[in-house]
Design a binder for this molecule. Structure first.
Ligand code: FES
Length: 119
């Protein structure tokens, strides 16, 4: 069962367009783009730079470290077999909640599904 954590209001995201959320040891980057909120692990899978400090462009966040571009929806990196973990977001009455448990990386989930079918 999902344990939603209250992390922001739409009003503050409309002002800043992004927010770093820290839940326990987990750092999560929130982005507001076209009135939609996206949540990705803040720590880049490449060399651990902060995605909250990245540039948002054409549905992607570009890491300030080495300019890898991650899709805001899926977390997939352009032209690479790498994926930034993502989190589910829920908005209720202008309050933003997120699930602190990350989605498994899509390509890893696919590999695991294939492996579980092997004899
Ligand atoms: S640290 Fe993010 S691309 Fe290198």
């Amino acid at each position: 069962m999902t344990e939603w954590v209250e992390v922001a209001t739409l009003q503050e995201l409309r002002r800043r367009k992004r927010k770093l959320v820290i839940i326990g040891d987990t750092r999560i980057a929130l982005f507001l783009v076209d009135d939609r909120v996206y949540a990705l692990a803040d720590t880049c899978v490449h060399k651990q730079r902060s995605l909250t400090k990245g540039t948002v462009l054409h549905g992607r966040v570009i890491c300030p470290g080495h300019q890898w571009a991650f899709d805001l929806e899926s977390g997939r990196a352009d032209d690479r077999d790498e994926c930034q973990p993502t989190h589910d977001v829920r908005i209720d009455d202008s309050t933003v909640y997120l699930d602190p448990r990350p989605h498994p990386a899509p390509h890893r989930a696919l590999q695991e599904a294939r492996m579980s079918k092997e004899p």
